[in-house]
Design a protein around this ligand. Structure first.
Ligand code: DGJ
Length: 701
């Protein structure tokens, strides 16, 4: 909404969904963000402009140097620049001035130009009214007549409220993704760089920021997320002048972006979100944004069975049909055949890239298995890893030039595989043909799209770095497949959760959160991932009794109760599970299905608990119903467990509380005031460690 007080030239206020962004962008002058944060009642860009006026500081420049959209070097601003570009050592001191500004109700487009350096920047900011999430992107156009080398282009240089000095970042590893780490921002720089050629296990392209007082349900919080599935850099700089500036963008390899005259580079979109209702407030806004803006609407998410940990590469139609029978019997609605069905893929050493059903393993093709699965009422899903090839494969033997590499540099295989060069049209055409042909032939409903290695040397045909185009080519390939097969559902997997960002999520339907099905470890992984992603997209699988990754053993009630919160699936040899355990699993799946709509669309609340307990709740939008999951992951340090304080309920409402999982603790507990449940809490029962309790709350009449 345009604010009446912003009648001065170039003052803009966007105000929607509880968020506000104010800019000063007078024609012919520098543009800057005056404010970005929660809505400030009756405020305007004009007021922020006056309030932010600064005096000359002794020893400093004689004219105040205001920040600009990208704090370009030519302005002399002390912040690390948000744009680093040059033309063969010239035209590096960019100082863009406002050329054009247009605005509608919830978005603006600002064009700035450095006429002398012949570089144009177009900034778009869109505030989504339902969630208050801002999506910002920047385009750089070379208007000169010689190539422009781009080394860094952040989506924005975002001024952060200087009170937001507490950072929560998300680090991890394979089978240990989305681990949260909290730290203070110090004077200087917080820097995260990802060079893995995918979103990555080690860092996640998102951060939360809070003040020293911010908690789950109170205080000022901010979240940022870069929607990009490749290399990235995230930095937060606390400057000597007291300002904090955040930047996020693609980490570009040397010479990777050389803009020819007239060419444009588009930086990945930065998503920003603020709340005065604490970290939980930010999470719920992001979930709303993901659901409304990124995901396709669709029916309820079917419970999966996935074959990986049951058979790995040891496929046989008989075994898989038996697994399908058991999966359907416990309530699976989709059967996903994982790695090992094609070419010479009897281990991870060979066959990758040969997307033809193995006649050695499936003499009658895959159709009989797919038909059997469908006859049991389940959908059929199939695993692919389209971007990769084993050197020991027919594809590589026929096209050794189809892989990314840098001449003279050793291409080190990872998991015995090399990355295909998606920047080549023939490679993408081949993948498109193979995948769509199999979808049509077998009636595939679902693809698990995997990517199992980092890309260290993304050299294209001429040896130049092509990581940027590799990512955009991947996006284009998926988009092409989705438009050819509009009903196809796609899961983004990358050795577990190494590709779970908003860029990929915009063109897929689910992410595989982690290969780690250890129910105890899973709670921290899911809690971390849910800072950015709603439970409806987070795959959560019941694994075997003895976890294949950690070697720990858990009973079925703990494993199955854990997977209820997420997009539920199972991944174990069901023929080896006891009848009793299969019955428990079936009960958990039935519980998930009963509450699936709530779990997948409700408001997510992290509960504050001692460290050995991980708990979260999902509350219906009208707060008439809620489901809470409480995982006791170690012995209580006290003789009795603590009282659990629920969150997200209506203080005025009474709720009938029912412990619905596990069966040993299943019972109605009576009706209690929402205020008492949230502010006093419910005494947890005595349980062994590694127990997952689930409570259902229904507003009492
Ligand atoms: C890695 C995935 O995360 C696993 O679930 C499985 O699909 C394997 N790849 C198959 O190679």
């Amino acid at each position: 909404m345009s604010n009446a007080q912003d009648s001065l030239d170039g003052l803009v206020t966007l105000d929607a969904g509880g968020a506000m962004i104010c800019l000063s962008a007078p024609s012919g002058q520098r543009a800057r963000i005056l404010y970005a944060g929660p809505n400030v009642l009756n405020a305007s860009a004009a007021q922020f402009l006056k309030l932010s006026a600064r005096e000359h500081a002794p020893g400093g420049p004689e004219q105040p140097i205001a920040a600009s959209m990208l704090n370009t070097i030519g302005t002399g601003h002390p912040s690390p620049p948000g744009l680093i570009a040059h033309r063969d050592g010239h035209d590096w001191a960019l100082d863009p001035r406002v050329a054009q500004l247009s605005q509608d109700k919830h978005s603006l487009t600002l064009t700035t130009r450095d006429a002398q350096c012949a570089v144009e920047m177009a900034h778009t900011i869109r505030l989504h009214p339902a969630s208050g999430v801002a999506q910002c992107s920047t385009q750089i156009t070379n208007q000169g007549d010689a190539p422009l080398t781009l080394y860094w282009c952040a989506a924005l240089c975002l001024p952060i409220d200087p009170r937001l000095t507490q950072i929560t970042s998300f680090a991890g590893k394979w089978a240990g993704e989305f681990q949260t780490q909290s730290h203070d921002l110090v004077r200087g720089s917080f820097l995260q760089e990802n060079r893995s050629g995918r979103t990555g296990h080690a860092n996640y392209p998102g951060l939360y920021l809070g003040t020293a007082e911010t908690g789950e349900n109170h205080g000022h919080a901010c979240a940022v997320h870069l929607g990009w599935s490749g290399n990235f850099r995230l930095r937060v700089d606390q400057l000597a002048d007291g300002n904090i500036i955040l930047q996020a963008g693609e980490l570009l390899l040397p010479g990777e972006i050389q803009l020819q005259p007239g060419a444009t580079y588009t930086a990945p979109p930065l998503h920003l979100c603020w709340s005065n209702a604490g970290y939980g407030g930010v999470t719920r806004r992001l979930h709303r944004f993901v659901r409304d803006q990124l995901l396709r609407p669709g029916p309820a998410k079917p419970v999966h069975y996935n074959s990986w940990e049951a058979v790995y590469f040891d496929h046989s139609p008989e075994k898989l049909m038996a697994l399908a029978d058991h999966a359907a019997a416990v309530g699976a609605e989709r059967f996903v055949l994982d790695d090992g069905w094609f070419g010479a893929r009897r281990s991870d050493k060979a066959g990758l890239g040969d997307w033809f059903v193995s006649s050695e393993v499936y003499p009658g093709g895959l159709k009989p298995l797919a038909d059997h699965i469908r006859s049991l009422g389940m959908q059929f899903g199939l695993w692919f890893e389209p971007e990769m090839v084993n050197p020991d494969s027919d594809l590589y033997r026929a096209h050794p030039d189809w892989v990314l590499c840098v001449p003279g540099v050793e291409s080190i295989a990872s998991r015995h595989q090399l990355p295909l060069d998606l920047t080549r049209a023939d490679v993408c055409d081949h993948l498109f043909e193979r995948i769509t042909a199999l979808v049509a032939e077998l009636g595939i409903d679902y693809i698990k799209w995997d990517k199992n290695r980092d890309i260290q040397h993304p050299g294209g045909e001429d040896g130049r770095a092509v990581m940027h185009i590799q990512v955009t080519a991947l996006y284009a390939l998926i988009d092409r497949i989705r438009s050819a097969c509009p009903d196809l559902v796609i899961e983004s997997c990358s050795s577990g959760g190494a590709r779970a960002d908003y860029g990929i999520l915009h063109r897929t339907d689910r992410v595989w959160t982690s290969d780690n099905n250890d129910a105890r470890a899973r709670h921290a992984i899911m809690r971390g991932a849910a800072h950015f992603l709603p439970l409806s997209v987070l795959g959560n699988h019941v694994g075997p009794q003895r976890c294949h990754i950690t070697g720990r053993q858990f009973d079925m009630a703990f494993r199955a109760g854990t997977a209820v919160f997420g997009h539920m699936a199972m991944e174990m040899d069901l023929t080896q599970e006891s009848e009793i355990d299969r019955a428990i699993l079936s009960d958990a799946i039935a519980l998930h299905k009963r509450h699936r709509a709530l779990i997948h669309t409700g408001d997510y609340h992290r509960l504050e608990t001692p460290v050995h307990i991980v708990a979260a709740g999902i509350v219906a939008a009208d707060r008439q119903e809620a489901l809470y999951q409480i995982a006791v992951c170690d012995q209580h340090p006290t003789t009795h467990p603590p009282r659990l304080k629920f969150a997200g309920l209506d203080l005025q409402q009474s709720y009938a509380v029912h412990c619905v999982w596990p069966s040993a603790h299943e019972k109605p507990l009576g009706s209690f005031a929402g205020s008492a449940l949230m502010q006093y809490g419910l005494q947890l029962p005595l349980t062994y460690p590694d127990t997952c309790l689930i409570y259902h709350l229904k507003a009492a009449l």
